[in-house]
Ligand binder design. Sequence first.
Ligand SMILES: Cc1cc2nc3c(=O)[nH]c(=O)nc-3n(C[C@H](O)[C@H](O)[C@H](O)COP(=O)(O)OP(=O)(O)OC[C@H]3O[C@@H](n4cnc5c(N)ncnc54)[C@H](O)[C@@H]3O)c2cc1C
Length: 405
Amino acid sequence: MHDSIYFQEHHLATREMVRAFAQAEVAPVARRFDDSQEFPWENVKKMGELGLLGIPWSEDLGGAGLDTMCFIIAIEELARVCASHSITISAHTTLGTSPIVNFGTKEQQQRFVPKLAAGKVLGGFGLTEPNAGSDAGGTQSRAVKKGDRYILNGTKRFITHAGVGEVFIVTAVTDPTAGTRGISSFILTKETCDLEQAKALGIGHDPAFKAMKGFRSGKKEDKLGWRASDTRELIFEDVEVPEENRLGEEGHGFINFMKTLDAGRIGIASLSLGLAQGAFDEALKYTMERKQFGKAIAEFQGVNFQLADMATEIEAGRHLVYHAAWLSQNGHPYGKEAAFAKLFCSELAMRATITAIQLHGGYGYTKDYPVERMMRDAKIGEIGEGTSEIQRMVIARHLMRQSDV
Ligand SMILES: Cc1cc2nc3c(=O)[nH]c(=O)nc-3n(C[C@H](O)[C@H](O)[C@H](O)COP(=O)(O)OP(=O)(O)OC[C@H]3O[C@@H](n4cnc5c(N)ncnc54)[C@H](O)[C@@H]3O)c2cc1C
């Protein structure tokens, strides 16, 4: 693959390192974890050792001290071979850690970020509820202040790392009369559901984080894709949360989560781009090897035009992703560009993976080749962190706000 105007030496070094790890450690096990739906703890430990669970955080906070572009590159490279591994670092970093880095007090940052950045524990973010999905402002979970604590009740749905994780940032209504300005966010801690495994590997559990009574994970989802990523409910039953665990001001929970989702969208865009590239890699290799009518099928114009179209779209998606990441890294507004990148790349990943299956013929429809897994993994890109319809709404809102009319 080409170098980019967005890259400096450390970006290329990150890309080489993650690509080598993905090929050596992830590609050989991706199918096994997709089949079993197990969480790939051993590889998560290795990703932690490589610094991949805290790429953009400063070394003071235990991070790798790199930048957003390095983070985006790591997500893309992992997704080229396994989207479940990729979403693990994306969700843990952007959803599970960045709100504490961006909105937490110094004390909260020191208490939580070094352990999250090292991968000592996994983090997650609980916004979606059974009756509040796209309309996240319709949050029904309640946090009632009692002295120096809040009592939380409610249920979150489809939360990445809900079972395996120990640190969660969740939203709950503190003032039911104030609409979205009545939503606050809190840092909650629980024990991982894989305690034995975590203890054996020395990651995934930290006894310093108290398991809050009444806070637990619920049903594990049996999913179409991202099958090695842990997705479950999070349940709060009279959970006592000390005031010092409120993240940001009361009433700022919703707006802070919206900012977090802007960043998360670049992550999903990059993951989708990686999937599209991975599907293209497989399609190119296969069509150059597979012979029909006496020659490699890639020789037929009907096939190589499809490869050319895929490569062109992937290149366009890559520019959208890197541009949004560059804007974010350099302190410019990037909400619209993040939505552009997420919308385009998630739909691109569906087109590219379906084309890759088509170019593999019947073989592409079997588990002997990774392209069917890639197609299943691609679909959630159009749903998670704001559906494609919500991205279009976000983009349209930006366009109308910027209009002179
Ligand atoms: C594998 C997985 C992992 C996830 N991880 C997390 C996580 O870590 N944390 C978290 O908080 N959430 C997470 N989610 C939840 C995800 O963000 C939501 O599923 C998503 O936002 C959509 O919400 P919903 O499922 O309730 O669908 P709904 O909001 O019910 O949407 C159903 C359909 O209606 C459409 N629709 C809704 N409103 C409009 C409108 N105004 N205009 C046009 N169309 C509309 C939608 O686009 C969609 O097509 C995850 C989901 C999955 C499946």
